[in-house]
Design a protein around this ligand. Sequence first.
Ligand SMILES: [Zn+2]
Length: 202
Amino acid sequence: MSTKIACQHCDYLMSFPVLNPGQCALCSRCGHKISRLKVNAINNLMSYSLTGVILLILSLLFPFMSFTLSGNMMEITLWQAATELYSGPYKLLALGVFAFIVLFPAVILGFILLFLVSLNLFGHTFYNSTLLRLIFTLLPWSMAEVFFVAVLVSLIKLVTIAQIGIGLSFGAYLLFCLCYVKVLTLVDKHQFWYWMDLAKKS
Ligand SMILES: [Zn+2]
């Protein structure tokens, strides 16, 4: 059974072709790339997701940054980015910050790992389909890389008024963001459902 999909560029409705690993599906009207079945994507996804989870845990364990102003030094951790807001009048914002920069990225990476392991062990199941839907529902709500860019922009301002020190967590979170962005480039709805179809047939 062929699946109908709409081109994200020109909205042309077309049947999704049967692809082999390494092949690319293009819109038959505008030539926009719809999907590409990447070779070795499962191993790459597994490695980058696992590394991302480890780096995210490490980034929560150490100081993120330190600020020295008029001889007073203050260290801040990634937790405190949210908890400092929570202790003030911005409770909802604090929960949002924690969810967008830590919780959702962690849950997405965890679900991807769980999906890949579960697919390998149990094949096409209702739970794997649910996991897939959860992953793609949560993806737009994860903003780790946006947060990191915002931190870098803030640093340009802060460096003129205080002495800034970079903590171990800063490096860990930077590496986590790089891994996470790599995972995002590997996450493709068509590829995931292709793996599900393969598991169904085997
Ligand atoms: Zn198109």
